[in-house]
Design a binder for this molecule. Structure first.
Ligand code: ATP
Ligand code: MG
Length: 525
């Protein structure tokens, strides 16, 4: 595939990619299941009818094409309908997780000049704490709430016919905010054209979705990853999405995969890691699972090994950001090199570049960068020219992550630029050390950061969450873990300091915030 193949037609609305499947009246779009085994299903045709009704409710309320709405919804069928209704009417979506707190919502509402909010009833009280919230148009879902219009009721009496807004490929579709792993979240401008580029890049090549597959992508609504996988990659390919609204519980997930005969799975590395540590894995049989991918954080080699051994499936890594779509990945027919994020996805020019913007030599660590004119890339950081400029070097957008490319063209993740540790002149990526540590049977989770040191500049320090039955006061434990790392990786990387903690600091999307641990170390200096 060439770069040109990723460019959308001029008149374009991403909602049409889903609507085209509504012609077949039996085609199943979504299957929803909760913790109590309540089950719902919907066809593409019924889904689009609901989309039209909701679109009419939006327009009747005075919302217009180009307005921005915040959508705060859990894993429900209605969530898909609301997103599609906004796209179809040309209303810009700011996806927001139900886990966001009032101050995080306020940031998005102010910065994104939001006109309306659509929220599941359980999230309305958090929105209510935002100053000036009275000025917004508000729709509650699932239950009536004082002061909010009830979307379910309005939808019931609305017309199920709706014309698609005549958007172009340059019309803004989404304004997602980054996870905020390293600072204030950034508003990322994505057009309908980005949606097209994403559909060409990820679903078939990487996720391995085929029409009529049952696909379970576990990301929660409100994150860009939900838009990538469970939303666009499933409904944009005519597959059937599996939605589980219950809590993450590793053995329950394995049971669901087995019992529902899932064909394609997309999970976070943490979910894979915890599933791989479930006892008696041999009790689960997953013959229907054909494709399994991971994205969002580095994927540990240990996990890949376990899934291969027990289920005969290679978990394939993929790398991307809120700012783009899948940039690197082990695509479906590519040989897996465990620990590598794979190669640039078709149509995307991704390189490792040095400080001067030159392409780095083989196996030399540098910045992961993308040609700025790549269709899979965002337009700009919303109302933030400085940050947009700062993210560019010559003809490249700088991802902020570092990696190296080997002689076969495979990329190996080194770390976020800010997370890289420089100790006695050595450059150490935290991931390699973490990868070694989690292989140890006593380790549940860990994060490795730089800790300031008078002699070495920085030393490698590991924060470790131990498995439940391990005694952290065991006098030989620290040495045992250090020796283990020295055996698994180049000895200069071993953590000179180890601290045991009960929980790692994480973003509400579950990403480890090394920045917090690093700042703690700075303070302790
Ligand atoms: P912020 O930009 O606000 O600090 P964030 O970068 O965590 O937050 P996202 O856009 O959700 O927000 O995450 C993208 C980042 O996640 C990437 O830049 C990279 O650091 C990490 N990442 C994603 N996929 C992978 C992967 N397969 N391997 C390693 N890291 C990954
Ligand atoms: Mg980022």
């Amino acid at each position: 595939m060439m770069r040109e193949d990723l460019i959308a037609p001029k008149q374009y609305n991403i909602a049409m990619e889903v609507e085209k499947y509504a012609k077949d009246k039996n085609k199943k779009a979504l299957i929803w299941l909760d913790e109590n085994n309540n089950r719902k299903e919907i066809t593409y045709q019924a889904l689009i009818r609901n989309v039209n009704k909701i679109g009419n409710v939006f327009l009747n309320s005075g919302l217009q094409r180009g307005d921005k709405i915040l959508i705060i919804m859990p894993r429900l069928i209605e969530t898909y309908e609301i997103y599609l209704a906004a796209l179809k009417t040309g209303i810009i979506i700011i996806p927001s997780s139900e886990m966001l707190k009032a101050n995080e919502l306020e940031y998005r509402i102010q910065h994104g000049e939001v006109s309306g909010v659509v929220a599941f009833h359980e999230s309305t009280s958090e929105v209510g704490k935002v100053p000036n919230f009275a000025e917004l148009k508000k729709f509650s879902v699932g239950h009536t709430v004082d002061g909010w219009d009830f979307l379910d009721e309005a939808k019931a009496s609305a017309s199920d016919e709706l014309e698609m807004a005549d958007t172009t490929r340059e019309t803004i579709a989404f304004l997602p905010y980054t996870s905020g792993t390293t600072g204030n979240p950034k508003g990322v401008v994505h057009t309908h054209a980005w949606g097209f580029a994403h559909l060409k890049t990820a679903p078939e090549n990487w996720l391995g979705v085929e029409e009529d597959d049952l696909v379970w992508a576990t990301a929660g609504p409100g994150w860009q990853k939900w838009i990538w996988s469970p939303f666009l990659s499933v409904l944009g390919t005519g597959a059937t999405g599996f939605i589980y609204s219950g809590k993450f519980e590793p053995s329950k997930y394995l049971e669901l995969l087995q019992d529902n005969e899932i064909n394609v799975l997309c999970c976070t590395p943490t979910e894979y890691r915890l599933m791989a540590k479930v006892e008696h894995l041999e009790d689960y049989k997953l013959p229907h699972l054909r494709s399994a991918v991971s994205a969002g954080e580095p994927l540990n080699v240990e996990v890949i090994d376990t899934f291969r051994k027990h289920f005969g499936i290679m978990v394939r890594d993929g790398y991307g950001q809120t700012e783009n779509t899948l940039l690197l990945g082990i695509t479906k027919d590519m040989e897996v090199k465990p620990g590598s994020m794979g190669k640039p996805t078709p149509g995307n020019e991704v390189e490792i570049i040095d400080e001067d913007g030159n392409i780095a030599d083989v196996n030399i660590v540098g910045d992961i960068a993308v040609r700025i004119d790549s269709p899979a890339l965002f337009r700009e950081y919303y109302k933030d020219i400085e940050r947009t400029k700062a993210s560019r070097r010559g003809d490249f957008y700088i991802t902020g992550d570092q990696a190296r490319k080997d002689e076969d063209g495979y990329f190996w993740f080194e770390g976020r630029r800010d997370d890289i540790i420089v100790s006695s002149g050595y450059t150490i990526g935290p991931f390699e050390v973490e990868d070694a540590l989690v292989k140890h049977p006593f380790v549940q989770e860990c994060a490795v950061v730089a800790s300031p040191d008078k002699v070495r500049g920085s030393i490698v320090k590991a924060f470790i969450v131990l498995k439940q039955n391990v005694d952290k006061n065991d006098p030989g434990l620290i040495k045992e873990l250090q020796d283990h790392v020295k055996r698994e990786t180049a000895p200069f990387r071993y953590p000179r300091e180890i601290e045991f903690i009960d929980e790692l600091p994480k973003t509400s999307s579950g990403k480890i915030r090394r920045i917090e641990l690093r700042q703690r170390e700075m303070k302790n200096l």
